[in-house]
Ligand binder design. Sequence first.
Ligand code: SF4
Ligand code: SF4
Length: 364
Amino acid sequence: MTFMTEEWIKLKHKLDNSKRVYIFGAGFSGWRVYEHLRFYPYSFFFCDNNSEKIGTVAYGERVVSVEDAAKDSERVILIPHGKYETEMVNQLKEYHLESDEYAICYKSLIPLKKTRIEIQVVDHCNLKCKGCNHLSPLAKEYFIDIEELKKDYIQLNNLFGERIERICLLGGEPLLHPQLKDICILTRRYFKNTNIAIITNGTLLDKQNEAFWDMCVDNRISIEITEYPVNVSYSKIEKRLQDRGVDVKVFSSISSFVHYPIDELGRQDAYESFKLCDRANTCLLLSNHRIYPCAIPPNIKYYNSRFGTNINVKEEDGVSIFDEKDAESAFSKLSSPIDFCKYCDMKNAKNEIWGISSFEKNEW
Ligand code: SF4
Ligand code: SF4
């Protein structure tokens, strides 16, 4: 039984029958589509209207003008789904392209070939952000069990091997786990060549001792800090870690977040929600021996218990790493909508100003 969507099967047919694949836009949206497709055996290019980008190389692929891409008769042009898609379609129509010569591309529907996996080492967080998509402000204290994690790592290796490119240890706030050092060492033991990063809000980094930093250097564990508008000197921390030889990255200050409203009654079209979802098939989360296409289903229990709702997670919403036959089959399931997506009102997603949670339902 195949889990690939009809839409992906049709797009793949188009890609298989084209000599060159151009991704419209050498910016962030184009990169996200490329990230999903880059291990497929196609000849990729970007096409862009920005004269400063034309003739350069982006993400390892050549950037050409949209006009040149349109003139190539043995190509397909992929338009990343997003706010510019209508303008892009209109521009291609001006070059007289027929609708079978381009396609809107929904990255969530593309089965991955390699992936990153997120591990929620704690569920709770010391910084309670409004609308947190791991629902950490509502979470009880929970610390992942190292022995259970070890079993999952052995099985993840059996199932995916080198197809796991990156492991993100996160939360909640991962530095709240008293055994984070041991978790990092364990992760490196099972994933020798994988990029491993601790994703943190940075507020507890000053409390870590020298042994922790030695462990990060010895085990090639990166620290990735998301900057929040709180009283923390992120630049000082960054400098301190750099001087200590730790691989550190600071991501610019969060001022807003995307609010994807939860529809408690599950009235949404799961397929449409999944297709439009930015997180789907990108932020794969391992929880209780299952991989989910995002962090919401395994954490919805905290919403249910806070607000007295009964939003239901089905077993098959997550891919069981112990029951799946191989990586290909896991990747195709993870690129298909799950029943749970009917609780996500993607059409009404909007940007909201970042703030500390008041634990109100309308933040989610
Ligand atoms: S810092 Fe991150 S994990 Fe913590 S509440 Fe904010 S968004 Fe959630
Ligand atoms: S449940 Fe589905 S639609 Fe909702 S955030 Fe996750 S992947 Fe996206």
